[in-house]
Ligand binder design. Structure first.
Ligand SMILES: [Zn+2]
Length: 236
């Protein structure tokens, strides 16, 4: 099983690793990795693997057959090889900022309206949140965007840790976003915006709300009687 270093520390940008298997000449499994596999509304990481002087670009990272698989752009890697992994940090850091922004907005919306998130998708240029809310207008959304932006001006730490499942599920609102936690998962990873929000989550986040910067409302759509969709983006 690959050790997922990004769960321990979202700020790991590089690691050395050993190739444990390669399939179809381009799907590489490692003993440990800093590359985040697509999931939970957060896109996959890209970057490079270096083996001595050889460069293998990582174009996709995902879960396949229960393993974290890295797709590389050329053949040549083999089980047993030692590689140095380097993230495309600019890309990843955008996703971290957006992901923490999404949690903050979802928390404010939930506290204010009771709305739960039914879907979310982070992209480089925008983030989408779907939620269930009957009464919905632009002013309501703008109010929570503004409140979130005020929080992003404050020195508020974001931390992550594991809790036993039963203890975690007692936290009010700990599952606000679309997530599946099958019963065999005994430990949940909690992402806590200190004093603001606790959310069961496997994504990568910035370590302080100030690192989000500011966000900007893009558009809102009605997707059925109570299903709402909001898009925002990072400013800069
Ligand atoms: Zn999340």
């Amino acid at each position: 099983m690959t050790e997922a270093l990004y769960l321990k520390d979202s700020y790991f940008k590089e690691c050395t690793a050993r190739v444990t298997s390669v399939s179809d000449d381009k799907y590489v499994v490692l003993d440990q990795t800093v590359f985040y596999p697509k999931g939970g509304g957060q896109p996959w990481d890209m970057g490079r693997m270096l083996r001595n002087g050889d460069v293998f670009n990582v174009v996709y990272t995902g879960h396949f057959s229960g393993q974290i698989s890295h797709e590389v752009d050329r053949v040549g890697l083999a089980a047993g090889d030692s590689v140095h992994c380097i993230l495309d940090w600019d890309r990843r850091y955008q996703f971290m900022r957006s992901h923490t922004a999404a949690h903050t907005f979802a928390s404010l919306l939930w506290k204010g309206t009771g709305a739960l998130i039914s879907g979310n998708q982070i992209e480089l240029d925008r983030t989408r949140l779907d939620f269930n809310l009957e009464n919905f207008d632009r002013e309501v959304i703008m109010k929570y965007i503004d409140e979130a932006n005020r929080l992003f001006e404050q020195d508020i730490p974001v931390i992550w840790y594991e809790l036993p499942r039963e203890e975690a599920l007692k936290i009010p609102g700990v599952v606000k976003m679309q997530s599946a936690f099958p019963p065999e998962i005994k430990t949940l990873r909690i992402v806590e915006i200190v004093g603001i929000d606790k959310q069961a989550d496997g994504g990568t986040h910035v370590k302080n709300l100030q690192d989000v910067g500011q966000i900007e409302f893009l558009k809102a759509e009605n997707k059925g009687k109570t299903n709402r969709r909001v898009y925002f983006r990072l400013i800069d």
